[in-house]
Design a protein around this ligand. Structure first.
Ligand SMILES: [Mg+2]
Length: 331
């Protein structure tokens, strides 16, 4: 078989989206695509033999690992091979933009409902509403969970619904509209401490993935200029294509590990939302690290975080390794 090109897998996964081609039963397999052109079908066990390599020869239906350059070899043996980061609030300073967009959207909705029904207006609140029902969840699930907490039932609708208040999807789409206005106005900030840790991990040959419920990951990552740090991105769009369950189910994290060719037991999850650490905990990962940006250490620990920190500046590849070793059953 004649190879078409040679790619770095980092570039491969950044530029070529992992996608599910579900329209044709013969093509219902995960594959790597350039636009709509399949470069290679990921067969079972996908990439499992490639976990120590970073370069691949790619042809129409064959992916062959190339030897890993020695500069990427770990300085010290680590008990994990990949770290999968959540995006909002972990890599990007978009958590407050999301929280503000949710508050504007739900307050508009609740005010309109109050005027229509005569019920007292009770605004959307950050700790009891946002953190409890919305934070970290896929957008429409967040809408549904919050409305149910207030005893409000709306038809689910369709993702193509125009932004508005008639369906769960319409409310979610209104939130996205507001979020994009906020991002366009304020830009996207980054956590330098997270970027520093990612660079240290990459120097040690640790594989880096990103898993997020956001459907705006492409926009946010490209706007912030960090897309090439992540070998694989499993976002809300990929989740919809693959039919993945949202947090607190572990699907997006286990799929990111799958894309990297690393077993979850050899990977670490970094998350700032309770639903996210619940997902990491359920996924059988080597370590679920909670990042408490909201003074919510106790909630993250209760959710299943093995370790909780306030910022990643206190961590290095070696300290993460110590945490993983501490978690392992002693013989
Ligand atoms: Mg988050």
């Amino acid at each position: 078989m004649c190879a078409e090109s040679s790619f770095s897998v980092r570039i491969l996964y950044t530029k070529y989206k992992y996608a599910w081609r579900g329209s044709d039963p013969l093509e219902v397999e995960p594959c790597l695509c350039v636009d709509d052109r399949s470069l290679g079908v990921l067969r079972d066990p996908p990439f499992s033999d490639f976990s120590n390599q970073t370069d691949f020869m790619v042809s129409k239906d064959h992916i062959q690992a190339q030897p890993q350059p020695s500069c990427c070899s770990p300085k010290t043996p680590l008990e994990y091979e990949a770290v999968i980061f959540d995006m909002d609030g972990v890599v990007t300073r978009t958590a407050s933009a999301h929280a503000n967009a949710w508050k504007r959207t739900f307050d508009e909705f609740l005010r309109a409902r109050s005027e229509a029904t005569g019920e007292a207006h009770r605004p959307f609140e950050h700790p009891q509403d946002y953190l409890a029902h919305v934070d970290g969840r896929p957008r429409y699930q967040g809408v549904d969970a919050f409305l149910k907490s207030r005893g409000i039932e709306l038809p689910f609708g369709k993702s193509a619904d125009a932004p508005g208040f008639e369906t769960v999807c319409a409310v979610g789409n209104r939130k996205n509209e507001v979020f994009n206005e906020v991002i366009a106005l304020d830009g996207v900030g980054l956590y330098d401490s997270t970027l520093s840790l990612i660079h240290q991990l990459r120097q040690q040959g640790v594989r880096i993935g990103l898993a997020t419920s956001s459907r705006n990951a492409d926009l946010i990552l490209s706007k912030s200029g960090v897309e090439e740090l992540f070998e694989t991105v499993v976002d809300g769009i990929v989740s919809a294509k693959l039919g993945l369950k949202g947090k607190p189910e572990p699907d997006i994290f286990t799929t990111a590990a799958f894309c990297l060719g690393i077993d979850p037991s050899r990977a670490i999850v970094v998350e700032d939302a309770v639903s996210g650490v619940q997902a990491g905990s359920r996924g059988g990962f080597a370590l679920t690290l909670g990042l408490a940006r909201e003074d919510n250490e106790a909630e993250l620990r209760e959710g299943g975080a093995n370790v909780v920190v306030n910022d990643l500046a206190c961590l290095s590849p070696e300290t993460l390794n110590d945490y993983v070793i501490e978690r392992k059953p002693h013989v």
